[in-house]
Design a binder for this molecule. Sequence first.
Ligand code: RB5
Length: 144
Amino acid sequence: MKLAIASDHAGFRLKEQLKKYLKDHEIVDFGTDSEESMDYPDTGFPAADAVSNKECERGILICGTGIGMSIVANKVKGIRASLCTSREVAILTRKHNNSNILALPGRFLDYKEATEIVDAWLNTEFEGGRHQLRLDKIAARENK
Ligand code: RB5
């Protein structure tokens, strides 16, 4: 899968670990490039735009809490970003929300937890049906 990935300084270490872990995927890295303090919108918006414009199929965004990156991504048209801190929630957000961006809290997950969440999120399909009707309502609001 072609994946956009981005972080701020607080998510940089986990971003680099996930890039290695996801070696079987095509990864487009939108930064940041170090643990030097920076502003998460500067990497989050370009990565979310790449998912919105279909350059990438899905994206993974990491900051300290995952909250800033979720807020950024959910401002971008067509993005359904999900902050996940468990494998179970990652599965449900794919099944129910057709999540296209995974936001992770780099400061609150270890490598094992993060990779379990990423695997679950990447490998779970959207269920459609009644959930699609709900997403249609969100899209209608977005397009108003
Ligand atoms: C950076 O200190 C921190 O505010 C950022 O990584 C993120 O958690 C914001 O939501």
